[in-house]
Design a protein around this ligand. Structure first.
Ligand code: TXA
Ligand code: MG
Length: 334
């Protein structure tokens, strides 16, 4: 199977793509669709057979649950067995957008979506194409990131094509993902709200919207959200996060780690080393939102260029950088 890739860059093409994607989804197929965080590998969330194909295409372990995407309050509530006030408050503040709420699972959600667990992750994405397809289908869409398991999430249609083109019938090109890293996952299924996966909606914003402190579920989260295993979201090259004062300082650090500068890509936002000694020096914006938007494309490019090592300049220790710092930490984990 070789994926058809269709664009959405005129109103007419957009409409055709919505119809084509919805037809395939109704027929129980899996298609790659754009969202504002990363591209998703979507199937009818109410069909266990369709969802099983997602696991197969991704090579995803069966113990990792999949987020369900909706485009209305009504559909969101149908997916959950209980709807606490906290879900209404956070949904009102951040939906549609890059926030996933973990709630008790409704009986209509098949077991393979939740990996056999009693909770379901629900997200109302803001990308107009994803919203249009969900409305056209009338059912929620289960969608993990559209990459093979353990690869970097795709933030454009080319990334999806490189990873999955031979494995699915359709990739819809909806442009560059505007957020660029995966949604913030918040557990509301029992007691106090806690963040299972940090993202661009940070804990301070969540706490402000909720009117109470939202926890950062380090210990519990590791076990309760299998996607939070330490090694995840990593490029093929070995990655180090470093801070340096100048060129020589960086060179010393890199050599002391046994890395060859000639095979190393440096991705920096503030302190740019002279380019001659490195495989390349890539500049990434020094603004958390623009940085997140660019990050995975930088890593995809390192993979394509055959980099052996990647040096990431450390990022500020501030709320709006926490989701990014989390991805850097996981990519650097052994
Ligand atoms: O931004 C996103 O969330 C993207 C787009 C496509 O929506 N999706 C995404 O899906 O990143 P995925 O499958 O690559 O990551 C979903 C994460 C995993 O870490 C998974 O373990 C966690 O969410 N998750 C899903 N359902 C859960 C649940 N019921 N309880 C705890 N964690 C859950
Ligand atoms: Mg993923």
């Amino acid at each position: 199977m070789s994926a058809e890739i269709i664009s959405t860059d005129t109103p007419e093409r957009f409409k055709q793509a919505v119809r084509r994607a919805a037809d395939l989804l109704r027929a129980g197929e899996v298609v790659a669709l754009p969202t504002e965080t990363v591209y998703g590998l979507a199937a009818n969330a109410l069909s266990p057979e369709a969802v099983a194909k997602i696991f197969q295409i991704k090579g995803r372990p069966a113990h990792n649950p999949i987020i369900v995407h909706v485009a209305s309050w009504e559909l969101a509530r149908k997916c959950a067995a209980a709807w606490p006030d906290s879900a209404t408050r956070l949904g009102r503040a951040f939906w549609p957008g890059p926030l996933t709420l973990v709630l008790p699972r409704a009986a209509i959600i098949p077991e393979n979506v939740t990996a056999g667990g009693g909770t379901v992750g629900i997200r109302w994405p803001s990308h107009p194409f994803m919203q249009a397809v969900i409305r056209e289908c009338g059912f929620p869409l289960a969608a993990p990131s559209a990459n093979r398991s353990n690869e970097i999430s795709p933030t454009n249609a080319d990334h999806v094509k490189l990873s999955l083109a031979g494995r699915l019938p359709l990739i819809v090109d909806g442009g560059q993902s505007a957020v660029g890293i995966e949604s913030t996952v918040v557990d509301l299924s029992e007691g106090a709200a806690s963040v299972l996966r940090p993202g661009m909606i940070h804990t301070e914003s969540l706490s402000a919207a909720l009117g109470e402190r939202v926890g950062e579920g380090a210990g519990a989260g590791e076990l309760r959200s299998p996607g939070l295993l330490a090694k995840h979201y990593s490029p093929k090259a070995k990655l180090k996060v470093l801070s340096w004062g100048n060129n020589e300082d960086l060179l010393d650090q890199v050599k002391s780690k046994g890395m060859d500068p000639n095979e190393t890509v440096v991705i920096a936002h503030t302190c740019l080393p002279a380019p001659e000694l490195w495989l390349s020096v890539n500049v990434i914006p020094h603004d958390a939102e623009a940085y997140a938007r660019a990050l995975y494309a930088e890593w995809h490019r390192c993979d394509e260029d055959g980099a052996r090592w990647i040096v990431m300049e450390a990022v500020p220790d501030l709320a709006e950088w926490r989701g990014i710092a989390d991805r850097l930490r996981r990519a650097a984990a052994d």
